[in-house]
Write a protein that binds this ligand. Structure first.
Ligand code: FPP
Length: 249
């Protein structure tokens, strides 16, 4: 089980290819993508993950054909409406990060409603990134810095969280997963992922199963995070030290 403070972020990629491989419209891939979101949230609860951030729609996704954008917006609205009840029952807090001013009003109000209803959830913080851009988030936070005032990383991180979704802090990402075999960050959580462990999986998002999350967490647990030091902050010896010492002696 992961520590409840841990933060897993997922770039859910491959819906279109999943559909095209079956001769289906891309919309069918996105619909199956929603089913994968439900499975993943349930699996995250079972693993005791504290925060799960899902990249649902980047600010660059507005460039997709209007019909696809409309379909995605409809899926977000339906998901938020239908999931709020389940989230309440399971202790999930739902938040949405990203810009709100360009969203269809029905989506913006579904977000507000889901956030309001689930605000007391403490088991898992589910954050859905919609009209999100990591660079824009950093820019907005930078614009809040008072001229001449000192700003620490901690303070800036707080500004970033506030500028993005009204929360007081955003935890650093521990594990960042991208599905579909692409190996890019695509403007996702740039500040928060400074020391994230990255994992690129070949599976297409609609096929992502609870077992994929379990395997990903197992890989994560096998990695030693040193945060730029030669040993982990808890003082454990770095992995591979014995090998390199033997080679150099
Ligand atoms: C990337 O696949 C996926 C998206 C841009 C949309 C993600 C949306 C969902 C998983 C469904 C709705 C989400 C929620 C939270 C309800 P792609 O379309 O870029 O696939 P491709 O690279 O194969 O074309």
């Amino acid at each position: 089980m992961m520590q409840s403070t841990s933060h897993v972020a997922i770039i859910m990629d491959g819906n279109g290819r999943w559909a095209e491989a079956r001769g289906l419209p891309r919309a069918a891939g996105h619909r199956e993508g929603v089913a994968a979101v439900r499975r993943t949230v349930e699996a995250a609860l079972n693993h005791g993950i504290g925060t799960l951030t899902l990249y649902a729609f980047s600010s660059d996704n507005w460039e997709r054909p209007p019909r696809e954008v409309q379909w995605l917006m409809r899926l977000f609205r339906e998901y938020l409406r239908s999931e709020a009840n389940r989230a309440l029952a399971t202790g999930v807090r739902i938040s949405v990060i990203g810009r709100r001013d360009r969203l269809p009003p029905a989506v913006a109000s579904a977000i507000q409603e889901a956030e309001r209803r689930t605000i007391d959830g403490t088991r898992l913080h589910l954050r859905v990134a919609v009209d999100y851009s990591g660079r824009d988030a950093i820019l907005r936070a930078a614009q809040c810095v008072v001229p001449g005032g000192p700003v620490t990383r901690e303070q800036f991180g707080r500004l970033l969280a506030i500028a993005d979704h009204g929360a007081t802090r955003t935890p650093d990402v521990d594990l960042l997963i991208r599905t579909s075999g692409e190996q890019r960050l695509s403007d996702f959580l740039l500040w928060e992922s400074a020391y994230a462990e990255l994992l690129f999986l070949p599976v297409l998002w609609p096929d992502f199963a609870a077992s994929d999350l379990a395997a990903a967490l197992q890989q994560f647990q096998g990695r030693q995070r040193r945060f730029g030091r030669i040993s982990a902050p808890d003082g454990t010896t770095r992995r591979g030290a014995a090998v390199s010492d033997a080679v150099s002696s």
